[in-house]
Ligand binder design. Sequence first.
Ligand SMILES: Cc1cc2nc3c(=O)[nH]c(=O)nc-3n(C[C@H](O)[C@H](O)[C@H](O)COP(=O)(O)O)c2cc1C
Length: 249
Amino acid sequence: MTDVFKAVEVCPSVYWVGAVDWAVRDFHGYLTSRGTTYNAYLVLAERITLVDTVKAGFFDEMMGRVASVVDPDRIDYVISNHAEPDHSGELLAAIEAIGPKKVCHTMWGSTARMARAVAEGLSAGGAEVKLMSLKSCHRSDIATEMLDAGALVVGTPTLNNQMFPTLADCLTYLKGLKPAPLVGAAFGSFGWSGEGAGQAGEVLTEMGAEMAAEPLRSKYVPDQSLLGQCFELGTAVAESLSRKLADKP
Ligand SMILES: Cc1cc2nc3c(=O)[nH]c(=O)nc-3n(C[C@H](O)[C@H](O)[C@H](O)COP(=O)(O)O)c2cc1C
């Protein structure tokens, strides 16, 4: 079956070997009424290189396109350029199948990793933490928690020079509820311009939050040192919170 799928020549020696997802209708908040592509490229240079892979479930399609140009065993390098699962979902399968000499790569879910490290810092600082993802929680769930909370720490990747739309939506809603002043902090992963965390911090300030620290940003995947800074952000928020509670009459 794999010979159904053919590589598309982009220019001499460079081929598109990705996959077409005809069914997806929402991609990173974009309406994709005609589906989308997952883009992987094969470069027939001195070292034959596969750049990126495809979303999980599209392995056979990608390998079929690769095999239409070159025996996959001849691939020397696999470069994983992009962290998101639509580029790296089949990375491990590709490495297993191809056995390349070299792999460079990153992981996805960078802001979520940061969030877990911030939560560790908050706990270590003595605060009770509730980690909530806007992928699975409704804004009204967050609002309910916020009413009893002393601090609100928000994380967001940067998408098109802005904070992520679901966080913008949630913060607009929370701001409208005019909460009692909270301790606040913002963080997030970005790729090149990185406005997201700063914008989220600005909204927290407009909500009257007392910011415990400057927004913390990670270029793509946070390394150990950056995760350490996330932990410290958590402890800084916990400290501000206990100071605030101690000052309360
Ligand atoms: C559609 C799209 C648009 C993006 N736009 C920006 C941008 O404008 N500025 C920026 O710094 N990074 C941008 N990025 C990069 C992401 O912020 C970066 O990949 C980040 O590590 C994602 O974090 P996450 O793993 O928590 O989702 C964009 C990524 C995607 C997929």
